[in-house]
Design a binder for this molecule. Sequence first.
Ligand SMILES: [Zn+2]
Length: 83
Amino acid sequence: MTNTLKMREMLLNERDIVAGDECPDCQGQGKKHYANTSTWRYGIGGAAVTMDVCDKCWGSGSRTRTWPSHREFYEMKSRLENG
Ligand SMILES: [Zn+2]
């Protein structure tokens, strides 16, 4: 095992993620680069690469233990505020 792989596994362990269970979109980081400024919000995009929470694992970094969806939360919040 190379030092890079050992370091990667150590970083995953720090986040309580077993190697092989890391999110395929963010590789266990819980955040990722979006090609424009709209990020996970699907808003109007600008011309800059933007880092934001991963829209597959919602920050957990795990493929199987995802955190609650920011999109579902904001949809629910909008329904409650707007009736
Ligand atoms: Zn992810």
